[in-house]
Design a protein around this ligand. Structure first.
Ligand code: AMP
Ligand code: ZN
Length: 116
């Protein structure tokens, strides 16, 4: 899957609509189309990486930006007080279905452990 037909790259290019929660030069956050919690936002880099595995030395700043943005979104979406969950599914056994790096930010209900 390359940038041209990657679903999330198409959302970044606004070819497919999404409910955007945050956007800057490097990062886009939008609400998941099939929410698994009252708040379920996906946080993605605008540049296409298949997964965390593709982040090299040169992407350390981006990795930090993504994590920082997740924390900021959790605050602005009202999740900071009660807590929330951040998930990255990597590869088939990790449950990844869209092969553009993304983090799930989930909150607004009690989470359970272990995950399915
Ligand atoms: P994962 O299974 O970790 O790869 O997560 C992919 C996520 O993308 C799932 O939670 C899907 O519900 C979500 N998703 C798929 N298509 C869309 C879309 N068009 N807009 C928003 N979220 C989507
Ligand atoms: Zn992509």
């Amino acid at each position: 899957m390359n940038d041209a037909n990657c679903l999330f790259c198409r959302i970044i290019r606004k070819e497919i609509p999404a409910k955007i929660a945050y956007e800057d030069e490097n990062i886009l956050a939008f609400h998941d189309i099939s929410p698994q919690a009252p708040v379920h936002v996906l946080v993605i880099p605008k540049k296409h990486y298949v997964s965390l595995d593709e982040l090299g030395e040169g992407e350390k700043n981006l990795a930090g930006e993504l994590l920082f943005r997740i924390r900021e979104l959790a605050r602005s979406l009202g999740l900071a007080q009660n807590g929330y969950r951040v998930v990255n599914n990597r590869g088939p056994q990790g449950g990844q279905t869209v092969f553009h790096l993304h983090f799930h930010l989930l909150g607004g209900r009690q989470m359970t452990w272990p995950p399915g």
